[in-house]
Design a protein around this ligand. Structure first.
Ligand code: GDP
Length: 219
């Protein structure tokens, strides 16, 4: 959580990476349509309304990148964006889970897509699991964590909307989430605390993404 954990070099690398082009490539609705070019993938997942679009837009410094891709009808796709001066990695905007206002069949369809993707994707280097700082971990967040633990996919928790709770409440939520992560084999132990609204934690999250980019291609 502490920004002092991230070095100036790491922050600069993150800033440079996110200044480079970020381009929407495609929305994937079926596992057969996943890109086949082998680029490393970094995915963003979370409950619907967690603030994922806002966070991706804050990271990339574009006001409408994620929203453009998440026009109605495309919300259940895995949206792939290339990032980097040589488009060396994919950011993957995953469909939000826990959205109630759709049919059970639709929920089943895209839950399966999410599960298949998270389970069997060699290119997937890390999942940033977004958690609303006002609500903390919900049962479906824990289900996702279990899925990622079982699939041995590395993941890191990111609190969103950290401008909302009071400082003491925020500290409590961070402590609770870290306690849960400590029990989980595939989880990165530290929580990143962010706000798309104030920019809190955004440089650190950029640095975390950059640390996963292929070596040597990012300044
Ligand atoms: P998504 O469904 O996960 O993509 O969530 P959105 O990015 O569309 O955000 C959902 C709601 O949360 C919107 O009303 C946003 O304005 C609000 N929101 C998103 N990020 C923040 C934040 O950092 N702080 C606050 N206070 N609200 C936020």
């Amino acid at each position: 959580m502490d920004s002092s954990d991230t070095t100036a070099g790491e922050l600069a690398r993150g800033e440079a990476l996110f200044k480079s082009p970020c381009i929407f490539v495609k929305g994937v609705v079926s596992i057969d349509d996943l890109p086949k070019d082998g680029r490393p993938e970094i995915a963003f997942a979370g409950r619907s309304n967690v603030g994922k679009s806002s966070l991706i837009n804050a990271l990339t410094g574009r006001t409408s990148l994620a929203r453009v891709s998440v026009t109605p009808g495309r919300t259940r796709e895995l949206n792939f964006f290339t990032l980097g001066k040589d488009a060396e990695l994919y950011l993957v905007d995953m469909p939000g889970y826990g959205y109630a206002r759709v049919s059970k069949a639709a929920v089943k369809g895209w839950t399966r897509l999410i599960r298949e993707y998270l389970r069997g994707r060699r290119e997937l280097k890390r999942v940033f699991l977004l958690i609303d700082a006002r609500h903390g971990l919900k049962p479906n967040d824990k289900e996702t964590m279990t899925l990622l633990d079982e699939a041995a996919v590395s993941y890191q928790a990111v609190l969103t909307k950290a401008d909302k709770p009071k400082k003491t409440e925020l500290e409590e939520t961070v402590a609770k989430v870290e306690a849960e992560l400590g029990k989980r084999p595939a989880a990165y132990p530290q929580v990143l605390v962010t706000s798309a609204r104030t920019g809190m934690g955004i440089p650190e999250l950029r640095a975390a993404v950059a640390s996963l980019a292929p070596n040597g291609v990012v300044p």
